[in-house]
Design a protein around this ligand. Structure first.
Ligand code: IMP
Ligand code: MG
Length: 187
């Protein structure tokens, strides 16, 4: 089966968590919230590559106030499924963020280690504000994430999630939905 053609689950997917249609609703709601909060502020939306690229592309089309975009890439997982706690900047911003209202668009908040690191690093550059828009937040029993995003798309269970930009070993980013990866694929 092609990974691109439809909403039917790929054979490596245990179940579809968020359909394409639900994603449209979620992202348009987030875009409306941001538009309401950032009129006149010309926010700079920062995509954390690579996982957030599809989310950000859709989010931007749902923001109807002036805004701009820049990209940064960090690496925290390598090809594995566990956060190493070591965040490496692979690509830095091209934009000076001093005095700017920054919104970091992130695909998924798991331990929060990656985002906490990015937020602290960006705050040290003197922006007017820094907020986070996370498409997904993983609910981990007994654990509070080290960071609370201002905008949250959806909470997901503590499983390994792929699709709509999220990968396992660089695969599955092209799935048009968000699904749970079968554990036998990564264990
Ligand atoms: P954290 O530092 O533990 O919050 O991990 C955040 C980063 O790890 C995200 O930006 C993702 O790139 C990746 N990640 C965490 N959980 C998942 C998952 O379930 N599927 C795919 N990538 C994940
Ligand atoms: Mg990511």
């Amino acid at each position: 089966m092609s990974e691109l053609t439809n909403n039917q689950a790929h054979p490596d997917i245990e179940s579809i968590l968020i359909t394409q249609e639900d994603l449209n609703h979620i992202v348009s709601r987030m875009g409306a919230q941001i538009s309401a909060d950032y009129a006149e502020k010309n926010p700079l939306v920062i995509t954390v590559l690579r996982g957030a690229f599809i989310f950000t592309a859709d989010l931007l089309r749902n923001i109807d106030v002036p805004c701009s975009i820049d990209f940064m890439a960090v690496s925290s997982y390598g090809d594995g499924v566990k956060s190493t706690g070591v965040v490496r900047i692979v690509k830095d911003l091209d934009t000076k963020i001093e005095g700017r209202h920054v919104i970091i668009a992130e695909d998924i908040l798991d331990s929060g280690l990656t985002l906490s690191y990015i937020v602290d690093m960006l705050k040290s550059r003197g922006p007017a504000s820094v907020e986070v828009a996370a498409l997904l937040v993983k609910d981990i029993p007994g654990k509070t994430p080290s960071l609370k995003p201002r905008y949250v798309g959806c909470h997901v269970p503590n499983e390994f999630i792929v699709g709509y930009g999220l990968d396992f070993a660089e695969r599955y980013r092209n799935l048009p939905y968000v699904g749970i990866l079968k554990p036998e694929v990564y264990s």
